[in-house]
Design a protein around this ligand. Sequence first.
Ligand SMILES: [Zn+2]
Length: 114
Amino acid sequence: MPLAELLTPPFQNKDEFDAWAFNHNDEHQNIVRAFALKGVQLNVYPLWPVVEDMSVWEFWHQQMHNQMTAAAFVEPTNFGDLSFDPQNTASQEFYIFNNYQDHMNVQSVLDTDD
Ligand SMILES: [Zn+2]
């Protein structure tokens, strides 16, 4: 999946979020694999299928971002208490954009680090 697809308009419903979460989980798996090839082990959390309790998903996702940004020596995003809220497009946009930024930063380190 092209990384730019992580940048999506706010989700209109749970199905749209689920499709994004599937692709986004793939990106995380790729990153974990890429670091493993360099001898760096990152913990894997199940970001898809999405668990019922979004606060758990958000915690796992934050853990993965903390670890991958630390491994890449880039500044992590603090998603804080942002949550998936279909009513709150502003917080969704912020979350999606910051997530994309982290993935871009980590990927560019992985791409140039060979
Ligand atoms: Zn992510």
